[in-house]
Design a binder for this molecule. Structure first.
Ligand SMILES: Cc1ncc(COP(=O)(O)O)c(C=O)c1O
Length: 463
């Protein structure tokens, strides 16, 4: 029986991946041993389950990280384009963050009292993102949860609408997707006893007709969306999509929450400021305090006033429950506030964005040149300091396009190859992020490694 071209290619990819993982194992004995030891204590082998997702077969254990570089405990140096999946978009421990953290660590980290740095931050967040009233949380997940809670509080509606293929953190309502035309839990796995139909709605990104239909029922508290979807490969919005989403949400009294946690790569005010979007609530996290766990969400004047009608702004003189279900004990702590100030004042500056955007453009152009020289059906997308290679001919329009067109095994092979060649990208898809410390020579190194990957595939007749 003659095997189809695709099946033969897939078998070859498996063989190549076996070889790359064997290479990684051989050259990383200390990390391999550490991983085996970690499996004795940690539920998923490492302190976080995400850490098991590296394509080498196990993660490299870090000795130290500086700027855009990581050294592992086996002595290998990596150019880090993963940057903690954006948590380290400022670079690993930039000097300004280190100074601020050291200073604040010596003066108290968490007091349930504000420090004066927070005043500077409040004004700066408004200047950057345009929204007047802010709250700090310890993670973007938590900021999204806070935004959802507020949307439900002021609308009295139960449901959160998200786009299929989204990721907004460990937010229960967002773990839904459309697969094979069916709505269900993300990846259709992990049943968890929650009836998602009661709390969520999901439609395809760029599908305005479906969005209109879903909002018309009047049971959606908020639409929660990234301005460009970044967590399922990059899915750009169609022309006019955001204007239509804004119009539909306004018309139906639905709160619009824009999650800029990843798209903060666009520039100092995120995609929102760059493209003049007008969210009711904006969320940003990960890099916002330079790697110290923190996030923010901002409310429009109108949303804030609606909140104050339910929860008075001033503290009542009589004792009553202080539980709002928003944020946590460590939210807005002094250490976070100090490092966030350092980030906004000295690290995520227009000048540094200029540098990062230039390098992301260079990386994207180099990758495109290699792709087109070899007539490969792949493409590269860029959002500011972030670029993504996808093994599909054109940018997807929706999660459905990604499900239909993704070549997951080729991605895994590329990632394993990158690791062996000293390059780290986010382990979930092929996304590259620049930080202020990234250098042109590191971007050039990627072009060289990517070209050699293509040569490997051609030699093996996979492409
Ligand atoms: C767009 C977006 N929002 C929120 C989150 C959650 O961030 P965290 O894991 O820091 O809570 C992520 C994480 O990848 C994200 O990509």
């Amino acid at each position: 029986m003659k095997l189809s071209k695709q099946v033969t290619a897939d078998m070859t990819i498996e063989t190549l991946l076996d070889a790359e993982q064997a290479r990684f194992l051989k050259s990383h004995p200390r990390s391999a041993a550490a991983w085996r030891k970690g499996e004795e204590s940690f539920l998923f082998g490492g302190p976080s389950h995400w850490m098991r997702r590296w394509a080498g077969g196990f993660p490299a254990y870090v000795d130290e990280a500086h700027g855009a570089r990581i050294r592992d405990i086996d002595g290998h140096d990596y150019v880090d384009f993963c940057l903690g999946d954006t948590g380290a978009m400022c670079g690993h421990t930039p000097a300004a963050v280190l100074r601020a953290a050291q200073r604040q660590l010596a003066r108290g980290t968490t007091m349930m009292l504000p420090t004066e740095d927070s005043l500077w931050i409040g004004e700066e967040l408004t200047r950057r993102f345009g929204l007047p009233f802010w709250t700090l949380t310890t993670s973007a997940t938590d900021a999204n949860r806070g935004a959802i809670r507020i949307a439900r509080m002021i609308t009295g509606r139960p449901k959160v609408l998200v786009f299929s293929g989204c990721y907004h953190g460990g937010v229960e309502e967002a773990h839904v997707e459309i697969r094979d035309g069916r709505i269900g839990l993300r990846n259709m796995i992990h049943p968890n006893g929650v009836n998602h139909a009661e709390v969520s709605k999901v439609v395809e990104f760029n599908d305005l007709a479906a969005l209109e239909l879903a909002l018309a029922e009047g049971d959606v508290a908020c639409v929660l969306t990234e301005p460009i979807m970044t967590n399922f490969g990059m899915i750009p919005p169609d022309d006019g999509f955001h204007a239509a989403v804004r119009e539909l949400t306004r018309r139906t009294g639905t709160i619009l929450v824009i999650d800029e946690t990843h798209t903060l790569s666009s520039g100092p005010g995120g995609y929102t400021a760059l493209h003049g979007l007008k969210p009711d609530i904006l969320v940003a996290g990960k890099a916002i305090a330079g790697g110290i766990p923190a996030a923010v969400f901002g409310l429009s004047q109108e949303v804030a006033e609606r909140v104050w009608k339910i929860v008075p702004r001033v503290n009542p003189r009589t004792r009553q429950s202080a539980h709002l279900g928003i944020g946590g004990t460590l939210a807005g702590n002094a250490l976070t506030v100090a490092t966030m100030r350092a980030v906004l004042e000295e690290v995520l500056t227009p000048a540094n964005y200029g540098h990062m955007l230039g390098l992301a453009t260079r990386l994207a152009e180099d990758a495109r040149a290699i792709i087109s020289a070899h007539h490969l059906p792949w493409h590269v997308t860029q959002v500011g300091a972030r670029a993504e290679i996808m093994f599909m001919p054109r940018p997807p329009k929706s999660g459905a396009d990604v499900i239909a067109g993704r070549r997951a095994n080729l991605e895994t092979l590329l990632h394993a190859f990158y690791m062996n060649e000293g390059i780290l990208v986010t382990p979930f898809h092929t996304m590259f992020l620049m930080c202020p410390a990234t250098e042109a020579v590191e971007v050039a190194r990627h072009a060289d490694v990517f070209a050699r990957f293509v040569a490997l595939l051609q030699q093996a007749k996979v492409v």
